[in-house]
Each structure stands twice: as C-alpha cells, then as structure tokens.
Design a protein around this ligand. Structure first.
Ligand code: NAP
Length: 487
C-alpha cells in the first residue's frame, strides 16, 4: 500500500528534516503541510533534498488547515512549489484558483481535495464530487468524518463505483470508525493513503503512524472488536501487541457499532476483507442469526465473542468459555462433581456454565430476571435455576459473579449476601476492572481463594488470536498490554 506521510512541523527546517526521515523510513510520498509552518518559507529549493514525490499543501482554515492569506499569495506560493520540483499540489475543490489553472498553474499535477470534519455524505454525493474533481484532470481526494457504520458503507460504495473509471483517487474515513479505511485503502482501490511520521504527529483524526502502516503487508490480518460503548476495551492494545510480537502483519481496530448497525457492519467487514472480529456487549447473542455457522462451543454457549470471515462465510466462535476454563486450570482447580453457583445469565454466565458443564460440575444459576436463569439452566447438564434466598441457604464449592455489579461505572453492590463465602471455596469475579471488587474482598475476608476476570480476558484473547492467525499466540506481550491497560 503506497503511503504518503503528512509533515506537520511548524518550523520549515524541522519539516524538511521530518520529510527526509520519512523517506529514510520507507514512505512512498510526503505531503508538506505549509499551512502549518510559520513563517511560510519563501525559498523552497531545499526541499528537493527529499527525493520521493512531494505534495505541497497550503490548506485553508475552512478545510481544516491554517492558511489565512489571500488566494493571490497562495497562487504565487504554488507556482514557486512547481518551480522547486514539487510533484503534486493539493488544491481544495472549492478554491477559486481552479479557474486560473490553465493560465497560471499550467502543467501542475493536482490533487483536488475536500474535507468534511463533521459528516460523511451518501455514496452518490461522494461519487459526484469525485467525478467533478476528476473532470478537472486532478486526483480526487476526499476525507469525511465517519459517525456510523453506514458512513463506512457510503465510502466503500463510492470507491467501488469510481474505481470503474480506472483513474487514481484517495478516499478517507476520519475518526475511530474511519481508521479501517486507512488500513484497507488499497482494498477499496485508493492510489495511496496518508500516515503520520510518528504517533502524536497526526494531521487528521484516525491517522496511523508510518511504522504501523509499513508493517501492513499485502497479506494482512485486519480484525477488531465491535460493541457499544467501547471506550473501556483493552482488546486493541492486547491484540496489536500480539501482532507485533508474533511478527504478524495485522491491525486490530475498535469499531463502536450500535445494535441497529450490526447487519451493515457485517457487510462492511466482508467488503473490506476483514479476517474477523471480536464481539462484546450488546451483540454477543444478537449477532448469531446473522452468521452462517457456529462452532460447537458457541452453539453450546449460545453466545459469540469471536467471528471468523472466510470465503464469504461468517463463522461464530466462543472463546470466553475457554477463558473461564483456563482460570480454573491456572488455579489448579478440579471442578468435576463440585457445586457451583453462577450469578447472572448473560454472555459471561453462559461461558461460565459451558466451562463448568464441560468439566462435570453441578451448576446453580441465579439471575435477577429468573426466567433467563431458568432457560439458561435448560441448556446445560446438571444445571438448575435458584432464587436468591435458596442460593443463600446452600453451600457452594465455587461462586462466579457474571453480573456487572462492582465493575467500573456500575454500582458497587454485591449480587449476593457475603454469607455465601467460606474457607475452602473458590470465588471468581469475571470483572477485571477494577482488579479487586468488593465481591472478591468479601470472599477473601471469609477465607475463600479468589480470581478476578483477568485470566479469562487474557485467554479468550489468546484463543481468538490463534483462531484468526493459526499461530501460537504470544502470551507475555498480550499479558503485558493487559496489565499496562489496567494500571
Ligand atoms: P450481559 O450479557 O449484559 O449480562 C449481564 C447479566 O448481569 C445479566 O444476567 C443481567 O441480568 C445481570 N445484571 C445486570 N445488571 C445487574 C444488576 N444491577 N443487578 C443484578 N444483575 C444484573 O453481560 P456479560 O457479557 O455477561 O457481562 C457481565 C460481566 O462479565 C461484566 O462485568 C463483564 O465485564 C464481565 N465479562 C468479563 C469477561 C472477561 O473476559 N473477563 C468477558 C465477558 C464478560 P438481567 O438478565 O436481569 O438483565
């Protein structure tokens, strides 16, 4: 994928140094953002020390730049840039300079750019803009703020339609959801895409650094996590560390997808040839009818947290159950024949039940909505639903909290009386943030052995990595990213 590094330094001498560094680090092109430089250099000859194609940009404030001078001065600057051997000039589609192009910018290779930092228009409107830009004998370049999955589809559709012309173009989605258009730019037919020289020097929201872009080979694993809201997810840091450590060309992104966008997201994922994605609240169950198949564990659990896209088929897996089973294993816990109490009846509870049932435990399930506990109990051997009162009267070898009570942002309440805890018991909280919940503290006070949700989180992620890449997952880098994310 051809990458153009946007140089955003404010001092011209620093900008030149950065552009040379970008060339050294393997950039295919550099864009000099002269509108960000102060003072605006008058002598541009020095920039010819950069041998890769150079783009001269003097963007107007109305288009997200900082240039506030006159169009007359801008024209003079572009003429100087042409003389100094700049290969391309970026001119906004609304500029009045287009009318003077024939006479005063004759021979210039132009990018006709358009930026909307608020929204993405429909595909038809994007296409119209691109066709108009292309009729000016320029490379159409448009960047839009992506506010929803439908916006991604508009960008992809417009790109597909314009690709039929065989002409070069660049289309970019800005913001968190738009990042995928940058790492899949070639997949939608873009001639090149933009990157920052390094982290912290981004010219636009969602822009990746050159090193990350360079790591993306032709064959790459683009995955991510869908959920809503997603702000707390540690998965991107964990998986990107794993990709790096295992030498896998890949990128794991965050996709904030609302329930009503789920179906369109699957369409986008297939269009962009994503390898798959993780699924979190609130989509773990609602995604099932949209998938082609489930693996045996996902079928048993009735919830999906990992999707693999292969040859047009979407296959659902559940690696949460493996995460729970690994928590038992790491604590040397033998659950066969033991009495377990599961609190909650959502995705985590289903995974806990699958892990427990798979190892022959006897399961009692309590949920504040009892019919959900009853229907969950029907799915598993040796499982039954219990009321809170009954659960509090019984004695259990294992207690697992699968409700969000105690999680950051949720009420710091106990899902059950602490009187159920006792010495010799194993108590697990699926929550990992905070690492020590009141639930675990109360259990520890009464002599129980405890585990939080970290091991579960780590192992579900390791298994997802393995499913997507077919490689042995690198445990330590993922665990480190998890610890750092929680610190
Ligand atoms: P979910 O599918 O939405 O289920 C939530 C469950 O908690 C439901 O049974 C719900 O009861 C119950 N619940 C919600 N609020 C409650 C309250 N105020 N009082 C009592 N019960 C309440 O969510 P989930 O995916 O299972 O997640 C649940 C917890 O597991 C979260 O804390 C999450 O962080 C954790 N988790 C951890 C991992 C990991 O890897 N460590 C993985 C997945 C989930 P109703 O049925 O009555 O709504």
């Amino acid at each position: 994928m051809r990458t153009c590094v946007s140089i955003v330094d404010s001092r011209p001498e620093d900008a030149l140094r950065s552009a040379m560094l970008a060339e050294e680090k393997g950039a295919d092109m550099v864009e000099l953002r002269f509108d960000l430089m102060s003072p605006l250099p008058t002598q541009l000859g020095g920039f010819s020390a950069v041998r890769i194609p150079r783009v001269a940009t003097l963007r107007l404030a109305a288009q997200g730049g900082k240039y506030t001078g006159s169009e007359k001065d801008r024209l003079a600057f572009f003429q100087a840039a042409m003389k100094a051997g700049f290969h391309l000039i970026d001119l906004e589609s609304a500029s009045s300079l287009w009318e003077r192009r024939e006479k005063e910018l004759r021979g210039a290779h132009l990018i006709c750019s358009y930026h909307d930092f608020e929204k993405t228009p429909r595909a038809g409107a994007i296409l119209e803009m691109m066709v108009k830009a292309s009729s000016r004998e320029a490379i159409p370049k448009a960047a839009f703020q992506v506010n929803g999955v439908g916006d991604l589809l508009s960008i992809i559709d417009a790109a597909r339609m314009f690709s039929a012309t065989g002409k070069e173009f660049v289309l970019i989605g800005m913001g968190e959801l738009g990042e995928v258009t940058r790492v899949c730019a070639d997949r939608i037919g873009c001639a090149f895409t933009y990157a920052s020289l390094e982290k912290g020097k981004e010219a636009a929201p969602g822009q990746l650094d050159l090193e990350s872009m360079r790591r993306l080979k032709e064959e790459r694993f683009i995955t991510g996590i869908i959920g809503h809201p997603l702000s707390h997810s540690l998965s991107p840091a964990m998986h990107n560390s794993a990709f790096l450590a295992a030498g896998v060309s890949g990128r794991y992104l965050a996709f904030p997808v609302k329930p009503e966008e789920l179906e369109i997201f699957l369409q986008v994922a297939v269009e962009l040839d994503l390898k798959g994605f993780n699924v979190t609240i609130p989509h773990k169950e609602s995604i099932i009818p949209l998938l082609d198949r489930l693996d045996a564990t996902a079928e048993l659990v009735g919830a999906v947290n990992t999707v693999v896209l292969e040859e047009g088929d979407a296959v659902g897996h559940n690696t949460d159950a493996h995460g729970v089973a690994m928590t038992f294993k790491e604590h040397g816990l033998e659950v066969k024949g033991k009495k377990a109490l599961v609190l909650g009846a959502g995705g985590a509870a289903k995974a806990a039940c699958a892990a427990l049932a798979g190892q022959g435990a006897r399961i009692a399930i309590h949920n504040r909505t009892m019919p959900k506990a009853e229907s969950l109990a029907k799915r598993f051997k040796n499982a039954h639903a219990v009321t809170l009162q009954d659960a509090q009267r019984e004695s259990f070898d294992l207690v697992i909290n699968c409700t969000p009570l105690g999680m950051k942002g949720f009420p710091d309440e106990l899902p059950i009386s602490p009187a159920v805890f006792h010495a010799g018991q194993f108590v697990m909280d699926t929550i990992y943030n905070p690492p020590s919940t009141r639930f675990l503290q109360e259990a520890q006070k009464r002599g129980a052995r405890t585990a939080n949700g970290e091991t579960m989180l780590l192992h579900q992620a390791l298994r997802s990595f393995e499913i997507w890449t077919g490689k042995v997952p690198p445990t330590e880098p993922m665990a480190r990213a998890l610890r750092e994310g929680l610190a």
